[in-house]
Design a binder for this molecule. Structure first.
Ligand SMILES: Nc1ncnc2c1ncn2[C@@H]1O[C@H](COP(=O)(O)OP(=O)(O)OP(=O)(O)O)[C@@H](O)[C@H]1O
Length: 375
């Protein structure tokens, strides 16, 4: 799979830009702040409907504009597919596939599979559990796009259940008599357990499949200095990990935790509270790993995602944002060997000499608002 053409209108710093790309390696070169990452972010948005940098859409739209458009032509198995997204902050995205409108933006997921590694990924190791949950769920969707629906259903149930608990909590706190009715909570428990079990089963399967790839990738990146291990940490007893057992376990955990949820006015049980534990040797990576180890770990998580998708028979686009400047010469060469065979590899850098010679493919110069092929 590779992106043949990318067009942006009012996306981030770009008023209007178009670039033709090819399979193999492309290096995007330019001084700091000219918009290199913005290009990768746009492609990442098409692949996940999310930015790797911001939680809301407003910053993605060029300052002063009302909406942004990302259009990209993806070539997969010799067939071309045009994907178009219009981002209007505060509203649902509009999307087209092959020029036909689709009902929901998430119907485009799967059209472009991409793994993006960026400096922000340090948060995968050092940050809150939400970063690691996001990593797992994005990969789940990249492998099986139907999980986008599972995730959306689960998020909706948690939101509505939280609203109910919160209204009751506030009503009690203010001594009111209205809004304290929790009679529908049992129904929400059933929905939460059903959708939660599906999401949880998907994540558990994923972590099982991913573990060996993470260990191998860390070993390759860090040259044998420590063994990386991942484990899913759930608030419920996962047993054999099948959906029926998980659904039952979630229902029981919700029943057991109901009084504290009512006391606090929030849903405390379910996959939205789980985490992915990362270890190096016998120690947790979070809180123990050095900066370099954390960075190698984050890179290993992305490379493992890339390798797992390839093992599934999907050849995703691989993008490395500002990676080489962080690495010593040995690690640069090792990484170049690991990623050199990608069907499409997009690399950004401010200093071209940071990129190993083995990766000097097509070269693009990025300057304020423009991009041009330079080789
Ligand atoms: N919504 C927006 N409207 C206008 N400009 C924006 C918007 N969002 C970001 N920018 C501008 O985009 C630029 C950052 O672009 P980007 O992060 O792609 O830089 P970069 O080339 O990757 O830089 P570096 O090498 O430092 O990582 C900044 O100048 C920023 O002001």
């Amino acid at each position: 799979m590779y992106v043949q053409r990318l067009e942006l209108v009012d996306f981030r710093s770009y008023e209007a830009v178009a670039v033709d790309l090819s399979a193999g390696t492309s290096v995007l070169v330019g001084p700091n702040g000219v918009g290199k990452t913005n290009l990768l972010e746009a492609l990442g948005y098409v692949a996940t409907l999310d930015s790797h940098r911001v939680a809301t859409d407003a910053p993605l739209v060029r300052a002063g504009a009302a909406a942004a458009v990302i259009r990209c032509l993806v070539v997969h198995d010799g067939r071309e597919l045009l994907v178009e997204l219009e981002i209007v902050p505060g509203k649902a995205n509009r999307a087209r596939l092959g020029r036909s409108p689709v009902r929901r933006a998430r119907d485009v997921l799967g059209a472009l599979r991409m793994v993006l590694f960026a400096p922000e990924d340090l948060e995968l190791v050092r940050g809150d559990p939400a970063f690691r949950r996001g990593y797992l769920d994005d990969l789940l969707v990249a492998r099986q796009p139907r999980y986008a629906g599972v995730r959306a259903d689960y998020d909706r149930v948690v939101k509505q259940r939280n609203a109910l608990l919160r209204t009751a909590y506030l009503s009690r706190k203010t001594g009111g008599t209205r809004g304290g009715d929790l009679s529908t909570l049992d129904v929400w428990d059933t929905h939460l357990a059903r959708h939660g079990a599906e999401l949880l089963a998907g994540r558990l399967d994923l972590v099982n499949a991913l573990g060996p790839f993470v260990a191998k990738a860390y070993d390759a990146v860090a040259a044998g200095r420590g063994a990386a291990g991942i484990a899913y940490r759930s608030g419920v007893e996962v047993g054999a990990g099948d959906r029926a057992t998980l659904e039952q376990a979630l229902l029981e955990a919700l029943a057991a935790g109901r009084s504290s949820e009512v006391d606090r006015g929030v849903t405390l049980t379910g996959p939205h509270r789980d985490d992915l534990t990362l270890t190096l040797g016998t120690l947790p990576a979070k809180g123990y790993a050095s900066h370099g180890e954390s960075w190698s770990y984050a890179l290993a998580l992305r490379l493992a995602a890339y390798d797992l998708l390839r093992a599934d028979g999907i050849e995703p686009v691989l993008a490395l944002d500002d990676v080489f400047a962080e690495l010593d010469a040995g690690r640069r060469e090792r990484l170049a060997e690991l990623v050199g065979g990608a069907s499409q590899l997009l690399v950004t850098c401010a200093v071209p000499d940071d990129v190993p010679a083995a990766l000097r493919g097509a070269r693009y110069e990025v300057s304020e608002g423009t991009i041009r092929r330079a080789d």
